[in-house]
Design a protein around this ligand. Structure first.
Ligand code: APR
Ligand code: PHB
Length: 392
């Protein structure tokens, strides 16, 4: 089989790229290790930046998003027993959109099926070949058969544990990494959200976050230790601990109920440089990971895809030139590092660290007090939270 762009991975990055290329008249095949149902069962964050929403609108697939999403003009920070609102709308004139990433994935999958583009699910042993030559190809196994896909380019959209980055020689890239000494225990429950906006809470017992998926479904998180087992957390224990970390009026108002999902995720910052090697591009989690504080993961994947679609369209429309392709990595990384910096800073300010003690707690509270009282600091926070602009 032959295509113009082989996309490895049908997560948000691969599916968004598939639609952007389809719209530009570029042929792409997606090869995914898991089934479509498995991909849709993964629960991820739920805040979309304007640039992400604009791409879905421009693809004509934002209908369900506009019906069901919850636009937010502000966010709350809670610390030292009180809640403080950052008025994002007034400060930077923008909103964020609360809409689950699983729903974004579903909308993209449906659009891909509707346009008849090929996605090969449940493909095993995906391997990349000749990525530094003029004719790269991908081998894989499907239903016991060995198959081959020839292409002009490969887009590695296969997440942190994928085959694309692993195919590169160690000398081809440099990695930057920070692993945080804690995780997030997340619970999804069919209970109304405690507040109509998100609450990020700094507390001596650890961080907590109140988020949502709809008016009747809530998503809550608490900081936990990395080696804790999710089975050790009954629903009752979770609700009790969450309430202890929130200001009293929020805790009293909180409606609890049985969890429909409960999981622990580790926190990590990770960046690969460069994000291109010959005819292989890395995009999304394959190239970088951010801690979930601020929900930048999917939004960064979306800006990579925007730059990649732009570069590939330029290549095919302008006589196969590499001008924009040569810019891809540096252009992505400028935005990636700013989001890595923001997520690291927000994480550092909100979580309890094992080695910083009560001094660290007071420093965080002072920083938060400054942040909510200074219009300049609040605006800098808001500008990063809604997402920095794209370059092209
Ligand atoms: N071969 C084929 N597919 C693979 C392979 C492989 N060897 N390894 C992984 N995959 C698939 C995974 O099954 C997954 O469906 O690649 C996909 C990668 O998807 P994500 O991990 O969601 O990464 P990405 O699409 O870059 O998403 C970026 O969105 O959902 C969030 O947390 C995610 O914030 C991140 C962002
Ligand atoms: C979520 O809704 O899952 C969510 C929201 C905001 C974050 C992280 C996760 O910063």
């Amino acid at each position: 089989m032959k295509t113009q762009v082989a996309i490895i991975g049908a997560g948000p990055s691969g599916l968004l790229l598939g639609q952007r290329l389809h719209q530009a008249g570029i042929d792409a095949v997606i090869i995914e290790r898991k089934s479509a149902d498995y991909v849709l069962s993964r629960i991820r964050a739920g805040v979309l930046e304007r640039g992400t929403v604009a791409q879905l609108e421009q693809l004509g697939i934002a209908g369900r998003l506009h019906e069901q999403a919850l636009p937010h003009d502000g966010v709350e920070l809670s610390f030292a027993g009180a809640r403080h609102r950052i008025d994002i709308g007034t400060l930077v004139g923008k909103q964020v959109i609360v809409y689950g990433q699983t729903e974004v994935t579903r909308d993209l999958m449906e659009a891909r099926a509707a346009c008849g583009a090929l996605t090969i699910y449940e493909a095993d042993d995906v391997e990349l070949h000749d990525v530094d030559g003029a004719a790269p190809w991908v081998s894989y196994r499907k239903d016991g058969q060995s198959l081959r896909l020839d292409c002009d380019f490969i887009a590695g959209c296969d997440g942190f544990h994928g085959a694309s980055r692993a195919a590169l020689p160690a000398s081809a890239f440099k990695t930057y990494e920070k692993v945080y000494p804690f995780g997030w225990l997340g619970v999804l429950a069919d209970v109304p959200p405690v507040s109509h906006e998100l609450i990020y809470a700094n507390h001596e017992r650890g961080f907590a976050l109140c988020s949502m998926r709809s008016h009747t479904r809530s998503r809550y998180y608490i900081q936990c230790s990395v080696d804790e087992k999710v089975e050790a957390w009954s629903d009752d224990l979770f609700w009790e601990e969450l309430k202890r970390r929130l200001p009293q009026e929020a805790a009293e108002k909180m409606i609890t109920g049985p969890s429909i999902e409960k999981s622990i995720a580790p926190l990590r910052s990770f960046v690969v440089e460069p994000m291109r090697f010959g005819r292989l591009f890395l995009a999304g989690d394959a190239a970088h990971i951010v801690p979930p504080t601020g929900a930048k993961g999917l939004n960064l994947a979306a800006s990579d895809v925007h730059y990649l679609a732009h570069a590939l369209t330029d290549f095919y429309q302008q006589g196969r030139r590499f001008t924009e392709i040569d810019q891809y990595s540096a252009r992505c990384l400028r935005r990636v590092w700013k989001a890595v910096r923001f997520s690291w800073w927000f994480t550092t300010m909100m979580h309890r660290f094992p080695d910083t003690g009560d001094f660290g707690q007071r420093i965080q509270e002072a920083e938060l007090a400054y942040l909510v009282s200074s219009e300049h600091a609040s605006a800098a926070f808001a500008e990063n939270y809604v997402g920095l602009p794209y370059e092209v």
